[in-house]
Design a protein. Structure first.
Length: 70
């Protein structure tokens, strides 16, 4: 079991990307859904897609603390 939630953040980001790219419309049937997801996965792998973290834990705490006090 992971000791932090960073892996979960990556999963949530990928699911969001997948939703925008191929799940933002009605799917005709299960076969079409599977082919759309396979195309998305292939494109992600071909592009060697990565996640670019915008700040570290300390930066996130500072930002969140600022939002909570304002």
């Amino acid at each position: 079991m992971p000791k932090d939630a960073s892996w979960l953040n990556m999963v949530e980001i990928e699911i969001g990307n997948m939703n925008q790219w191929c799940l933002n419309r009605r799917m005709e049937d299960r076969g079409f859904l599977i082919s759309e997801l396979a195309a998305w996965k292939s494109q992600q792998n071909q592009e060697k897609a990565t996640i670019n973290w915008m700040f570290n834990v300390d930066g996130a705490r500072t930002k969140l603390t600022g939002h909570m006090t304002s």
